[in-house]
Design a protein around this ligand. Sequence first.
Ligand SMILES: [Zn+2]
Length: 104
Amino acid sequence: MQATARCGLRYFRGVDADKFRYLSGEEDLKTYRSSSDHERVFCGNCGSNILVSVDGYPDFLYLSMSAIEGNPAVPEAYHIFVGSKASWHEISDNLVQYDEDVPE
Ligand SMILES: [Zn+2]
């Protein structure tokens, strides 16, 4: 599955792990286990989100689109964890919304 998810105000795109590599700055990255099966990679200097990996899906990475240079094409997207979004955050598009994560 390749998909794009808008999580709160963050925008992630799924990519095949074997098609991803860092061009520079890898030595500055830090990791944080945000849940039992999610590990987040972020910049140790400025805190920017870089990607999320999920233990059960080692061939897949979710890249933070804010970390990508240029203007990459973005495939069809959806919203996740809408059930716990901030009340002041208004979703103004017609993309599919899930109260929690994408159903299996
Ligand atoms: Zn940084």
